[in-house]
Ligand binder design. Structure first.
Ligand code: UDX
Length: 433
């Protein structure tokens, strides 16, 4: 199949590359000339394991192309995929400016029947809006179908998630579009849910909102567990074995960040408000998440009511491991908080330090884990990087000023920490003193 993907962000670049990997001819379009020139040479603008190799392979095998010329990309395409950003507007709703601009350009360049797919996460009803814009700008000259095909990939495992998707959701208005998109997904060998455009748009928001709900729920249970000496990891394990609950997304910690959960829960609440539906569960999910990162600050304050002159080693800046993404990362709030309280803060992150330096004023960082830890009065874990999980605790103990670890991601087993000589506080588990 010949596919044109518009937008080379996370979703566009990963899905375009994966669609080429399964044998399609894909042209990825972006307005940013420099980005396109770099992509042609296999220089990837984001950190995503496995992506560079796959891009280079498919460029080499002439299935994957990059261009700024939409007309050229669309010319022979049967499927045109909209994968541009839908950032959060100050009101909490999704900003559809980019999607609408792309719809105008698609209308202007339409030259025959095509299935126009929205992959960007968009409010329910956007498919119809895209349809009317394309109709207007193509002057009704050609037939086309609009469709919704949301993306469920996670940053850090985006290629794996796309190649091994749990399901494909296809929202269509015609049999013809259904056939095209079902065929496109055949090589993925996955369950395909076919529905209408609005339902498909709703599935994407509902999925992300539900996962965010699971996280806030377990975080509240974690906070409660701390009062009774219960261990939230065991609570989650015990709950998760019930197939109706499932074990995933029940890891308590300092809450969710990233580009999707905060933005999508907020957008869904906004969508509800517009039609007079008060989504009170989701409002609580947001509230719990907003407070959760400060649990770490409370645990530090418990040991050091006065942080003046204390040195804190913060391990992890990115919102989660295997990404350089800093969007809604807990470190953005916590590091300035500690500094305002008079602490000296040095942070470690293997990948995200450059992006973090743009977000956190006066950030002091090192890419050497043990250098960061040296002479610290407390080690604070904010991201569960493998390097942090595997660090040599006896070496850490020798290097630090005080053997104190505050773990926002519950990465160590309590049994391992019991006789380690560390004061070890985590989330939803008894503190080892
Ligand atoms: C998420 C969805 O998983 C994906 O399907 C969607 O397409 C985009 O949003 P992503 O944001 O990349 O993906 O990361 P994910 O691994 O889902 O983690 C999101 C946040 O939740 C992270 O901050 C993570 O630390 C947190 N999290 C996740 C928890 O706190 N506990 C968990 O059990 C799982």
């Amino acid at each position: 199949m010949n596919i044109c993907v518009i937008g080379t962000g996370y979703v566009g670049l990963v899905s375009g590359t994966c669609f080429s990997e399964i044998g399609n001819k894909v042209t990825c379009i972006d307005l940013d000339e420099e980005k396109i020139e770099r992509l042609k040479q296999g220089i990837i603008p984001i950190y995503e394991p496995g992506l560079k190799e796959l891009v280079l392979k498919n460029i080499e095998e002439e299935r994957l192309h990059f261009s700024t010329n939409l007309a050229e990309g669309m010319k022979d395409a049967e499927v045109v995929i909209i994968a541009v950003g839908t950032p959060q507007a100050p009101s909490g709703e999704a900003n559809l400016e980019y999607v609408e601009n792309v719809a105008v350009s698609i209308g202007e360049n339409l030259n025959g029947y095509k299935v126009i797919v929205t992959k960007s996460t968009v409010p329910v009803g956007t498919g119809q809006r895209v349809k009317s814009i394309i109709s207007e700008y193509s002057h009704g000259k050609y037939e086309f179908d609009v469709a919704s095909n949301p993306e469920f990939l996670r940053e850090g495992s985006a290629v794996y998630d796309t190649m091994n998707m749990d399901r494909a959701v296809i929202g269509v208005e015609s049999k013809r579009a259904e056939e095209v998109l079902t065929k496109l997904h055949e090589p993925f060998n996955t369950e395909v849910v076919v529905t209408n455009v609005e339902t498909s748009e709703m599935i994407k928001y509902a999925s992300n909102a539900f996962l965010a709900t699971k996280i806030s729920f377990i975080n509240e249970i974690a906070n409660l567990s701390e009062h009774f000496g219960a261990d939230v990891i065991k609570v989650a394990e015990g709950m998760g074995l019930d197939k109706r609950i499932g074990k995933h997304f029940l890891q308590a910690g300092i809450g969710y960040g990233g580009s999707c959960f905060p933005k999508d829960t907020s957008a869904l609440i906004h969508i509800g408000r517009e039609v007079g539906e008060d989504l009170s569960i989701l409002k609580a999910v947001e509230e719990v998440n907003g407070k959760q990162r400060m649990r770490i600050a409370d645990k530090v304050n418990e040991i050091y009511p006065d942080l003046e002159g204390k040195k804190l080693a913060v391990l992890g800046l990115a919102f989660k491991p295997n990404t350089d993404d800093m969007r809604y990362a807990p470190s953005i709030d916590l590091i300035p908080y500690f500094k305002n309280k008079g602490a000296e803060v040095i942070a470690y992150d293997p990948i995200a330090y450059e992006n973090a330096a743009k977000e956190i004023e006066g950030l002091q960082y090192s890419t050497d884990l043990y250098e960061t830890i040296k002479d610290s009065d407390a080690v604070i874990i904010l991201t569960e990087w493998d390097e942090v999980k595997k660090m040599d605790l006896s070496k850490v103990k020798e290097l630090v000023n005080e053997p104190i670890i505050i773990d926002g991601r519950n990465i160590y087993k309590l049994d391992d920490m019991k006789n380690s000589g560390f004061y070890y506080a985590s989330i939803g588990r008894p503190t080892i003193k």
